[in-house]
Design a protein around this ligand. Sequence first.
Ligand code: TXA
Ligand code: MG
Length: 331
Amino acid sequence: MLPIRAEAITEAVSALRRGEVIGLPTETVYGLAGDARNPEALQRIFATKGRPADHPLIVHLADAKQLSDWAIDVPVAAMQLAQAFWPGPMTLILKRQAAVSDLVTGGQDTVGLRVPSHPWAQAVLQAFGGGLAAPSANRFGHVSPTTAQHVRDEFGDAVPVVLDAGPCQVGIESTIIDLSAGTPRILRPGLISAEQIEAVLHAAPETPGARQPSASTPRVSGSLASHYAPRTTAELVRRHRLDARYRELERDDETVRVLSIGPLPAGLEGLALPNTPDEYARHMYAALRMLDQEGADRILIESPPELASWIAVHDRLQRAASARDPEFDGS
Ligand code: TXA
Ligand code: MG
């Protein structure tokens, strides 16, 4: 992480006070942040991202003490998880305070809250004082950003203030846990695993089963199959099939790039990612963006192991490789 520049924080906070949106580094991915109490700022977030208005936003807070400004009926489980994982890459879905804008909640009776650990995000939140709504700073349906340059690539002059703290440590979005209705339920897997949550709550959370993408009422926009997609057609392929599939596509005159786990198989072009899930996650989005820029006809993504430790990565890769509905291609 780059050292904090005080004048950059001051500039960012002034922009936020004026109702503008900024590129905000967090430990997971870069966010497109705006004042969660300012309807104009919220509308600007949706317009900038090209995101449908019924997709709720996560409110970022400096401290768990601010929970009660946003949520009601906060269960004991929320306090236990906050104690264990905040500040950090976890979002809790709780019953909303009546004053929370419908633009934040997508008109639902719940609100997503997260206390990020990134020192730059913390500095901005503490100086700003209030909550910051911040979706990932990518156009709707596109790959999430993990560097300031990714944010500039997405929005250019439309977002003049982008804080550059260097690459994100986690690299994938926060684990989302719904605590608004009885049994805790993981809505989006992330670095904080079901096992870690179970260890804190002494009860297993519900986990997403077979994902049936529904275009009608997406409570979690990441649940759309086409999410996190590069522009290039992507396909998940098992390692032992990579070489044969690559050659087959080459014979059809396609240019192909491979995203491998561990060393690239000999003779194939592409990028190699580390073979541990946390390290893989850290570099995954940057790698997908790099391969996307090569303008190949297809990206072959090596399938990750079918192990619990790879669930969060697997979740993103499956979406990256899904057939894409043009309606949800925000790029
Ligand atoms: O790591 C992260 O969570 C990043 C960084 C910037 O904090 N943010 C992020 O935001 O991933 P976004 O908007 O790209 O994804 C947030 C997800 C969306 O899929 C949204 O539907 C879901 O959280 N969400 C937000 N509020 C919700 C609610 N009240 N109920 C259900 N899902 C909610
Ligand atoms: Mg997102």
